[in-house]
Design a binder for this molecule. Sequence first.
Ligand SMILES: Nc1nc2c(c(=O)[nH]1)N[C@H]1C(S)=C(S)[C@@H](COP(=O)(O)O)O[C@H]1N2
Ligand SMILES: [Mo]
Length: 199
Amino acid sequence: MNIITRGFRGRRRDSGRPLPPGQYLTHDFPVLSAGPTPRIPLDAWEFTVTTEQGERHRWSWTELMGLAAESITTDIHCVTRWSKLDTDWRGVSLDTLLSNVATEADFAMALSYGGYTTNLPLEDLLDGKAWIAYQYNGEDLASEHGGPARLLVPHLYLWKSAKWIRGIDLMLQDSPGFWEQLGYHDYGDPWREQRYQGD
Ligand SMILES: Nc1nc2c(c(=O)[nH]1)N[C@H]1C(S)=C(S)[C@@H](COP(=O)(O)O)O[C@H]1N2
Ligand SMILES: [Mo]
């Protein structure tokens, strides 16, 4: 039998929670962007999934807003060593967006407005592990944090959570994205401390 002892009322939920190795806790929300913040008017925004066959599935902003949304509370971990606990997001699960997409692909490339890219195994986007997030703390996602919408893949280092997401290319073969080409780890599991190639 498991006996779970809860902390006294009012205790910070994050105290004593283990962090991935080499990480420290932060309570603010640092901004890390490799370039300028792109501004995308909502009437021009679209999200496109392109299969390995070149088949395109597109959602306008209005269409995205019409899909079932989920609230997500999750810890996030940046490779520059900050972690932030219990962050609150709202967005659409990739399961929803990919449900009618026929593909044999095992890999995905997330593509951002502004040119940023990052690669992931397709399975890391499925089964409730990834979202197109458009709210943070109950408010529209700020543009410096990737608004109007960003990818959120919290079980991997945060560089995999592409800000200003504009689409996902499905690929039969893996291919490195922006940071991955510059020596960051192909997968980026914070619990295994996969920061750089070879970790
Ligand atoms: N398009 C885009 N997405 C990006 C980045 C970027 O430079 N451009 N930086 C990544 C990195 S390294 C991190 S740690 C997080 C930072 O998200 P934040 O600025 O909201 O904290 O976004 C990731 N997504
Ligand atoms: Mo990062």
